[in-house]
Design a protein around this ligand. Structure first.
Ligand SMILES: [Zn+2]
Ligand SMILES: [Zn+2]
Length: 233
């Protein structure tokens, strides 16, 4: 169906699989008005580096003690409730039609909370994971974000290193951080120095986005911000 216009494709899909609210099942939209109103936005003030909700403006104790390559990390929602269900559907139930809506949340966030950006880079999937899932959910989100904001997409800049051991097989946090630090390779041939936003679906510790930032900065990026749909508390 590659020749079909995207919106026509969506309409066709809606006819075959009418959209239902991901939370309560009501027919119509992926989030009905009631469930959409119940989504858990991260409220200010947030740590100026990692974006976690904190009680006062400034930098949280965790960020004060760590090595951070990101210039800042922000997430739209807490990873819970309807948003957690939506992300789960996107990643594990092949529900790609949820990506435009999630991308819209990100675009709205970016319009209200601008970040320095010339380029948007999605966090790449490990090739074996990509083969298994068939698509990179972060790329779907990044594509939508670029479409709505006009920022350029660079989905070939970063690749997962094939040599990286799977995180589950590594033992402790220090090993995991060392592991993720060598997880990305910069593939772009030029040495321009752009301002980058990296996109992922969920930030847990932020280690993956931080490793991407380290790689991009080594390659000459002026600034690297992270933006995710949701954040684990
Ligand atoms: Zn609902
Ligand atoms: Zn912080």
């Amino acid at each position: 169906m590659a020749f079909l216009h995207q919106s026509f494709k969506d309409t066709l899909l809606d006819l075959v699989f009418p959209q239902q609210c991901l939370v309560c099942g009501k027919e119509g939209k992926l989030f009905c008005a009631k469930c959409r109103a119940g989504l858990s936005y991260i409220s200010p003030p947030v740590c100026s580096l990692c974006g976690h909700h904190i009680s006062n403006d400034g930098v949280c104790p965790m960020c004060l003690s760590g090595k951070i390559h990101l210039d800042g990390l922000r997430s739209v929602f807490n990873f819970e409730g309807g948003i957690a269900q939506a992300i789960y559907s996107l990643k594990y139930h092949n529900l790609r039609s949820v990506a435009p809506l999630l991308g819209t949340f990100m675009a709205d966030y970016l319009k209200q909370n601008p970040m320095p950006a010339d380029i948007i880079v999605p966090v790449p999937l490990h090739p074996s994971r990509l083969k298994y899932r068939g698509y990179n959910q972060s790329l779907l989100l990044a594509r939508e974000l670029c479409r709505q904001t006009g920022i350029e997409l660079a989905d070939k800049w970063l690749e997962r290193s094939l040599a990286t051991a799977s995180q589950a097989r590594t033992q402790n946090r220090i090993e995991r951080l060392a592991n993720v630090n060598n997880a990305f390779i910069f593939k772009y041939p030029t040495t321009t120095a752009p301002r980058v936003i990296i996109i992922d679906d969920v930030a847990t510790t932020g280690a993956t986005l931080n490793a991407c930032a380290a790689t991009l900065k080594e390659a000459g990026a002026l600034s690297v911000w992270g933006l995710t749909i949701a954040r684990e508390r």
